[in-house]
Design a protein around this ligand. Structure first.
Ligand SMILES: O=C(O)CCC(=O)C(=O)O
Length: 250
Protein backbone atom coordinates (compact mmCIF):
# COMPACT_ATOMS: atom_id res chain seq x y z
CA UNK A 1 0.00 0.00 0.00
CA UNK A 2 1.34 3.42 -0.91
CA UNK A 3 0.11 5.64 1.87
CA UNK A 4 2.54 8.43 0.95
CA UNK A 5 0.86 8.89 -2.42
CA UNK A 6 -2.58 8.91 -0.76
CA UNK A 7 -1.42 11.71 1.49
CA UNK A 8 -0.10 13.73 -1.46
CA UNK A 9 -3.37 13.12 -3.27
CA UNK A 10 -5.34 14.27 -0.20
CA UNK A 11 -3.35 17.48 0.07
CA UNK A 12 -3.93 18.31 -3.57
CA UNK A 13 -7.54 17.20 -4.03
CA UNK A 14 -8.97 17.21 -0.50
CA UNK A 15 -9.72 13.47 -0.44
CA UNK A 16 -8.03 10.12 -0.98
CA UNK A 17 -8.81 6.41 -1.00
CA UNK A 18 -6.80 3.64 0.65
CA UNK A 19 -7.68 0.19 -0.68
CA UNK A 20 -8.20 -2.87 1.51
CA UNK A 21 -7.30 -1.31 4.84
CA UNK A 22 -9.66 -3.87 6.41
CA UNK A 23 -9.69 -7.49 5.22
CA UNK A 24 -12.82 -9.33 4.06
CA UNK A 25 -12.80 -11.37 7.29
CA UNK A 26 -12.59 -8.21 9.40
CA UNK A 27 -15.44 -6.60 7.47
CA UNK A 28 -17.56 -9.65 8.15
CA UNK A 29 -16.91 -9.21 11.91
CA UNK A 30 -17.81 -5.51 11.69
CA UNK A 31 -20.94 -6.44 9.76
CA UNK A 32 -22.01 -8.73 12.62
CA UNK A 33 -21.35 -5.94 15.14
CA UNK A 34 -23.48 -3.52 13.07
CA UNK A 35 -26.35 -6.00 13.01
CA UNK A 36 -26.14 -6.55 16.78
CA UNK A 37 -26.01 -2.81 17.35
CA UNK A 38 -29.16 -2.27 15.32
CA UNK A 39 -31.03 -5.15 16.97
CA UNK A 40 -30.21 -4.14 20.51
CA UNK A 41 -32.26 -1.58 22.45
CA UNK A 42 -30.26 1.59 23.13
CA UNK A 43 -31.88 2.84 26.34
CA UNK A 44 -30.24 6.27 26.39
CA UNK A 45 -30.68 7.02 22.68
CA UNK A 46 -31.50 10.66 21.95
CA UNK A 47 -33.94 11.82 19.29
CA UNK A 48 -31.91 11.96 16.10
CA UNK A 49 -29.55 9.11 16.98
CA UNK A 50 -31.46 6.90 14.53
CA UNK A 51 -32.93 8.28 11.32
CA UNK A 52 -35.33 6.11 9.30
CA UNK A 53 -36.65 6.18 5.78
CA UNK A 54 -40.21 7.24 5.28
CA UNK A 55 -41.03 3.92 3.57
CA UNK A 56 -43.27 1.04 4.70
CA UNK A 57 -40.25 -0.87 6.07
CA UNK A 58 -38.94 2.23 7.85
CA UNK A 59 -35.42 1.19 6.76
CA UNK A 60 -32.54 2.69 8.68
CA UNK A 61 -30.91 5.68 7.01
CA UNK A 62 -28.36 6.86 9.59
CA UNK A 63 -27.26 5.90 13.08
CA UNK A 64 -25.33 8.69 14.80
CA UNK A 65 -23.15 8.75 17.94
CA UNK A 66 -22.18 5.06 17.81
CA UNK A 67 -19.15 5.95 19.95
CA UNK A 68 -21.44 6.95 22.84
CA UNK A 69 -23.54 3.79 22.78
CA UNK A 70 -20.97 1.14 21.87
CA UNK A 71 -17.50 0.29 23.18
CA UNK A 72 -16.89 -1.66 19.99
CA UNK A 73 -17.47 1.28 17.65
CA UNK A 74 -15.64 3.68 19.96
CA UNK A 75 -12.56 1.41 19.74
CA UNK A 76 -12.94 1.04 15.98
CA UNK A 77 -12.99 4.84 15.59
CA UNK A 78 -9.76 4.98 17.62
CA UNK A 79 -8.03 2.15 15.70
CA UNK A 80 -4.43 3.03 14.95
CA UNK A 81 -4.77 2.09 11.26
CA UNK A 82 -7.11 5.02 10.69
CA UNK A 83 -5.70 7.39 13.30
CA UNK A 84 -2.17 7.13 11.88
CA UNK A 85 -3.40 8.04 8.41
CA UNK A 86 -5.47 10.92 9.72
CA UNK A 87 -2.45 12.18 11.71
CA UNK A 88 -0.38 12.12 8.56
CA UNK A 89 -2.90 14.14 6.58
CA UNK A 90 -3.42 16.58 9.45
CA UNK A 91 0.33 16.83 10.14
CA UNK A 92 0.04 16.09 13.88
CA UNK A 93 -1.97 14.61 16.72
CA UNK A 94 -5.73 14.27 16.26
CA UNK A 95 -8.81 13.63 18.40
CA UNK A 96 -11.47 11.11 17.34
CA UNK A 97 -14.88 12.76 17.64
CA UNK A 98 -17.66 10.57 16.36
CA UNK A 99 -18.74 7.41 14.62
CA UNK A 100 -21.84 6.93 12.50
CA UNK A 101 -23.42 4.48 10.12
CA UNK A 102 -24.84 5.78 6.85
CA UNK A 103 -27.09 3.35 5.07
CA UNK A 104 -28.57 3.68 1.63
CA UNK A 105 -31.16 0.96 1.70
CA UNK A 106 -31.84 -0.90 -1.58
CA UNK A 107 -33.61 1.46 -4.00
CA UNK A 108 -33.60 4.37 -1.53
CA UNK A 109 -33.94 7.62 -3.36
CA UNK A 110 -32.53 10.14 -0.92
CA UNK A 111 -29.51 12.20 -1.87
CA UNK A 112 -27.14 14.17 0.28
CA UNK A 113 -26.89 17.49 -1.56
CA UNK A 114 -23.54 19.23 -2.15
CA UNK A 115 -22.15 20.36 1.19
CA UNK A 116 -19.02 20.98 3.24
CA UNK A 117 -18.90 19.15 6.59
CA UNK A 118 -17.40 22.19 8.29
CA UNK A 119 -20.63 24.08 7.61
CA UNK A 120 -21.92 22.26 10.71
CA UNK A 121 -18.72 21.18 12.48
CA UNK A 122 -17.19 24.67 12.81
CA UNK A 123 -13.47 23.73 13.19
CA UNK A 124 -10.93 26.53 13.03
CA UNK A 125 -8.48 26.13 11.44
CA UNK A 126 -10.33 23.50 9.36
CA UNK A 127 -7.87 20.69 10.07
CA UNK A 128 -10.48 18.00 10.42
CA UNK A 129 -11.16 14.88 8.42
CA UNK A 130 -14.07 12.56 7.70
CA UNK A 131 -13.14 8.92 7.22
CA UNK A 132 -15.44 6.48 5.44
CA UNK A 133 -15.04 2.73 5.88
CA UNK A 134 -17.03 0.90 3.22
CA UNK A 135 -19.01 -2.13 4.38
CA UNK A 136 -20.58 -2.62 0.94
CA UNK A 137 -19.69 -1.70 -2.59
CA UNK A 138 -20.02 2.03 -3.38
CA UNK A 139 -20.61 2.76 -7.04
CA UNK A 140 -22.22 5.52 -9.08
CA UNK A 141 -25.42 3.40 -9.01
CA UNK A 142 -25.37 2.71 -5.27
CA UNK A 143 -24.87 6.32 -4.12
CA UNK A 144 -21.11 6.62 -3.73
CA UNK A 145 -19.63 9.82 -2.30
CA UNK A 146 -18.76 12.30 -5.08
CA UNK A 147 -16.11 14.92 -4.21
CA UNK A 148 -15.24 18.16 -6.00
CA UNK A 149 -11.46 17.91 -6.39
CA UNK A 150 -9.57 20.88 -4.96
CA UNK A 151 -12.61 22.47 -3.30
CA UNK A 152 -11.10 22.02 0.20
CA UNK A 153 -8.76 24.97 -0.32
CA UNK A 154 -11.67 27.43 -0.37
CA UNK A 155 -13.70 28.92 2.45
CA UNK A 156 -16.99 27.56 3.76
CA UNK A 157 -19.64 28.70 1.29
CA UNK A 158 -23.16 29.73 2.29
CA UNK A 159 -25.33 26.75 3.27
CA UNK A 160 -29.01 26.42 4.06
CA UNK A 161 -31.08 23.64 5.64
CA UNK A 162 -31.32 20.88 3.03
CA UNK A 163 -34.61 19.39 4.21
CA UNK A 164 -32.94 15.97 3.90
CA UNK A 165 -33.05 14.00 7.12
CA UNK A 166 -29.52 12.96 8.10
CA UNK A 167 -27.84 15.50 5.80
CA UNK A 168 -28.81 18.71 7.45
CA UNK A 169 -27.24 21.36 5.23
CA UNK A 170 -26.63 21.93 1.52
CA UNK A 171 -24.88 24.63 -0.52
CA UNK A 172 -27.04 27.59 -1.47
CA UNK A 173 -25.30 27.88 -4.86
CA UNK A 174 -23.94 24.92 -6.83
CA UNK A 175 -20.35 25.62 -8.00
CA UNK A 176 -19.84 26.12 -11.73
CA UNK A 177 -19.11 22.81 -13.48
CA UNK A 178 -15.67 24.02 -14.61
CA UNK A 179 -14.67 25.11 -11.11
CA UNK A 180 -13.76 21.68 -9.68
CA UNK A 181 -13.80 18.25 -11.37
CA UNK A 182 -16.28 15.78 -9.85
CA UNK A 183 -14.70 12.52 -8.69
CA UNK A 184 -16.75 9.49 -7.63
CA UNK A 185 -15.21 7.50 -4.77
CA UNK A 186 -15.74 3.92 -5.86
CA UNK A 187 -15.20 1.72 -2.80
CA UNK A 188 -15.18 -1.98 -2.06
CA UNK A 189 -15.79 -3.43 1.40
CA UNK A 190 -12.69 -2.76 3.50
CA UNK A 191 -11.61 0.29 1.48
CA UNK A 192 -11.34 3.60 3.28
CA UNK A 193 -11.75 7.10 1.95
CA UNK A 194 -10.92 10.26 3.81
CA UNK A 195 -12.06 13.76 2.98
CA UNK A 196 -11.20 17.20 4.31
CA UNK A 197 -14.00 19.01 6.23
CA UNK A 198 -14.00 21.79 3.65
CA UNK A 199 -14.22 19.58 0.55
CA UNK A 200 -17.53 19.97 -1.30
CA UNK A 201 -19.21 16.59 -1.76
CA UNK A 202 -22.56 14.86 -2.27
CA UNK A 203 -24.07 11.39 -2.55
CA UNK A 204 -26.73 10.13 -4.95
CA UNK A 205 -29.59 7.65 -4.63
CA UNK A 206 -29.08 3.89 -4.39
CA UNK A 207 -30.52 2.42 -7.58
CA UNK A 208 -29.33 -1.09 -6.77
CA UNK A 209 -31.11 -3.91 -4.95
CA UNK A 210 -28.31 -4.09 -2.37
CA UNK A 211 -27.68 -1.94 0.68
CA UNK A 212 -24.82 0.60 0.55
CA UNK A 213 -23.53 0.99 4.09
CA UNK A 214 -20.62 3.14 5.21
CA UNK A 215 -19.18 3.73 8.63
CA UNK A 216 -18.20 7.37 9.01
CA UNK A 217 -15.64 8.59 11.56
CA UNK A 218 -14.78 12.23 12.28
CA UNK A 219 -11.43 13.55 13.57
CA UNK A 220 -9.91 16.96 14.24
CA UNK A 221 -6.35 18.14 14.82
CA UNK A 222 -5.63 18.93 18.47
CA UNK A 223 -4.70 22.49 17.48
CA UNK A 224 -8.15 23.17 15.96
CA UNK A 225 -10.91 24.70 18.05
CA UNK A 226 -14.64 24.51 17.51
CA UNK A 227 -16.99 27.47 17.59
CA UNK A 228 -19.09 26.12 20.48
CA UNK A 229 -21.79 28.79 20.18
CA UNK A 230 -22.24 27.91 16.51
CA UNK A 231 -22.55 24.23 17.51
CA UNK A 232 -25.23 25.02 20.09
CA UNK A 233 -27.21 27.14 17.60
CA UNK A 234 -26.89 24.50 14.91
CA UNK A 235 -28.00 21.68 17.22
CA UNK A 236 -31.02 23.67 18.36
CA UNK A 237 -32.10 24.22 14.75
CA UNK A 238 -31.49 20.56 13.92
CA UNK A 239 -33.57 19.39 16.87
CA UNK A 240 -36.49 21.56 15.78
CA UNK A 241 -36.24 20.17 12.25
CA UNK A 242 -36.17 16.55 13.48
CA UNK A 243 -39.20 17.13 15.69
CA UNK A 244 -41.27 18.24 12.74
CA UNK A 245 -39.87 15.97 10.03
CA UNK A 246 -38.50 12.68 11.36
CA UNK A 247 -40.52 9.50 10.79
CA UNK A 248 -40.46 7.32 13.90
CA UNK A 249 -40.39 3.58 14.18
CA UNK A 250 -43.12 2.01 16.29
O1 LIG B 1 -23.05 8.59 2.34
C1 LIG B 1 -22.00 8.70 2.99
O2 LIG B 1 -21.39 7.72 3.41
C2 LIG B 1 -21.42 10.05 3.33
C3 LIG B 1 -22.43 11.10 3.35
C4 LIG B 1 -21.89 12.47 3.54
O3 LIG B 1 -21.83 13.22 2.63
C5 LIG B 1 -21.42 12.90 4.84
O4 LIG B 1 -21.53 12.16 5.83
O5 LIG B 1 -20.94 14.04 4.94
Amino acid sequence: MHHESSIEFYKRDGFAVVRGLWSKAEISTIDTEVRHYLERKIPDARPGDFIYEDNPEKSLRCAFRLQVHSDYFRSLMQESRIVKLVEQVCGGAVVADSAMLINKAPLSSYEFPLHQDNAYQFWSPPDAVAVTLALDESSAESGAIVCLAGSHTGEIRPHRPSGVLGASRGLVAVPRVDEFPEVTLFLNPGDVSFHHVNVIHRTGPNRTRHPRRNLGFAYHATASVRDEQAVVDYERALKAFLQTAAPTRT
